[in-house]
Design a protein around this ligand. Sequence first.
Ligand code: SAM
Length: 207
Amino acid sequence: MSSDIYKNISGGGVPWDMEGPPAALVNLVVQKTVQPCKTLEIGCGMGNAAIYLAKNGFDITGIDISEMALSEARIRAFKDQVECTFLCVDFLKDSIEITNTFDFIFDWSVLHHIFPEKRKEYAEKVYRLLKPGGIYLSVCFSENDDAFGGVGKFRKTSIGTTLYFSSEKEICELFGLHFRKIELEIIQIEGKPKTHLAVYALMKKEI
Ligand SMILES: C[S@@+](CC[C@H](N)C(=O)[O-])C[C@H]1O[C@@H](n2cnc3c(N)ncnc32)[C@H](O)[C@@H]1O
């Protein structure tokens, strides 16, 4: 992928930048499936989810490959007077040596940027960074979604990125080695100009 997808976006706003945090994440917090804890968001973008979690007492670190997105995230956190740690990190390349660090890790609309040949490494890195008993949430575009041509596993978007659309089986197999499945389903997620179908996978790292 391009090192900074935000550089390719002109006019009309960033297609995944919604007003607030994703509804499914809010549900996890409201239902206390995840409680305030040390949390890592991979690919936090402009910080909407991270800021929501900080407002709800989470100790949140958001990482993203885009310094442009992180600058905006820092401005938003400052405006909302919440503390978040935002770091420019390529999750696949930069070394994050610390292990067993987070109680909750999530990525929202990020895994479809990671192609199959890199996903095993991605899953193993999440595993190493999560404490035993920790929770991991991953949400990525489903192959059943009709966006960007509507068919095929690899699809080219209007901002010039190529994304990989997953099946539930692929996600189950990818994370099954390391995590116990809590929920795996297709959900509808917000997007501009329309909603998308996504694979929602909530998992636990066994102790
Ligand atoms: C579709 S956006 C979603 C952003 C945010 N999660 C949201 O929902 O608003 C995908 C994000 O993942 C980031 N990203 C993609 N690959 C990454 C990587 N290898 N390491 C860190 N961030 C990455 C992009 O820069 C972008 O901000």
